[in-house]
Design a protein. Structure first.
Length: 301
């Protein structure tokens, strides 16, 4: 693969290293065109998957609350509960758990409208899960069956308080960034109905691909980006100089870009396709159908 530095150098060569366009401007054009090429086609090298294991609901013991502090009796609250949600008794509303002090003490994001009395029942559940840091776009979510994608307003309209539970969810929706992660951008996925037990869900997705540093590489053939960026730089120089020769050059680079894109897509489809010919016998004395078809004397194929 070719790095950003190499792509920039090649694009500058294709535009004659013209002083009317700076390296910074070339980089901006390269990054913009990269985003376009990346989003226009699901390149094989972008395709990844991850397994998310859902968390079982937890309701052992009882609790009481004072402000944002919740105290349990006969509870075993672990640090894994941070980020999950607490519902007291039959309340419809629920609160995110923000900290855990001990097996019997946790902190929630905001106080209950009325402090929970001693001996109150509760449920701790989780319906939102972090996606990988390189997540770009979901392509498929499957458990025993493929989950349908709904929007968050759709789920809110049917079950705004997330009271519906099931062993395995039926739908999912993609949320924004994890509120507990400030050092990186982590997107979340929500499952509904709320999973009541631990189960494995496979999420297939397209990973992100940014060209930020000099050593970053595109996840597709670099010649596509080189020709497309050279075309855009030629248009840029035409706008800046008024010289029509840049339009002629832009048309030439566009033709090269279209040819490269078509070739790269065909190669990519070839990687995803099934083998064109599979032998139906292996190390046996018998001749299989593949042998007779390849020697068909009367043109049955």
């Amino acid at each position: 693969m070719t790095t950003l530095a190499t792509i920039r150098s090649r694009v500058q060569q294709l535009t004659g290293n013209n002083a009317m366009i700076t390296a910074t401007e070339v980089d901006s054009i390269i990054r913009a065109e990269h985003d376009t090429v990346l989003s226009d086609y699901s390149w094989t090298q972008r395709k990844l998957d991850t397994i998310i294991t859902t968390s079982a609901t937890y309701s052992t013991g009882t609790l009481s609350s004072s402000g944002t502090t919740v105290t349990g009796v006969n509870t075993v609250w672990t640090s894994a509960f941070v980020g999950r949600y607490l519902r007291v008794g039959s309340n419809t509303f629920f609160h995110r758990i923000t900290a855990r002090a001990s097996d019997t003490s946790i902190t929630i994001e905001s106080a209950l409208p009325t402090n929970a009395a001693a001996g109150s029942t509760y449920t701790i559940f989780r319906h939102r899960y972090n996606l990988p840091s390189n997540f770009g776009r979901v392509t498929s979510v499957t458990s025993d069956n493929r989950l349908a994608e709904w929007s968050r307003p759709d789920i809110d309209r049917i079950d705004p308080y997330r009271t519906s539970t099931a062993t395995r969810p039926d739908v999912y929706t993609i949320h924004g960034l994890d509120p507990d992660t400030t050092t990186s951008q982590i997107f979340q996925i929500e499952f509904w109905p709320v999973p009541s037990s631990a189960t494995a869900i496979r999420v297939e997705y397209l990973r992100t691909n940014t060209l930020t540093s000099e050593t970053d590489e595109p996840l597709y053939r670099s010649d596509i980006l080189i020709w497309k960026s050279a075309e855009s730089c030629a248009y840029f120089l035409h706008a800046r100089t008024g010289d029509d020769s840049w339009m002629t050059l832009a048309d030439r680079w566009h033709t090269r870009y279209a040819e490269s894109l078509q070739g790269a897509r065909e190669e990519d489809l070839g990687r995803q396709s099934a083998p064109r010919h599979v032998r139906d016998t292996f190390y046996s004395g018998d001749r299989g159908d593949d042998y007779w078809l390849s020697r068909d004397p009367i043109g049955l194929r």
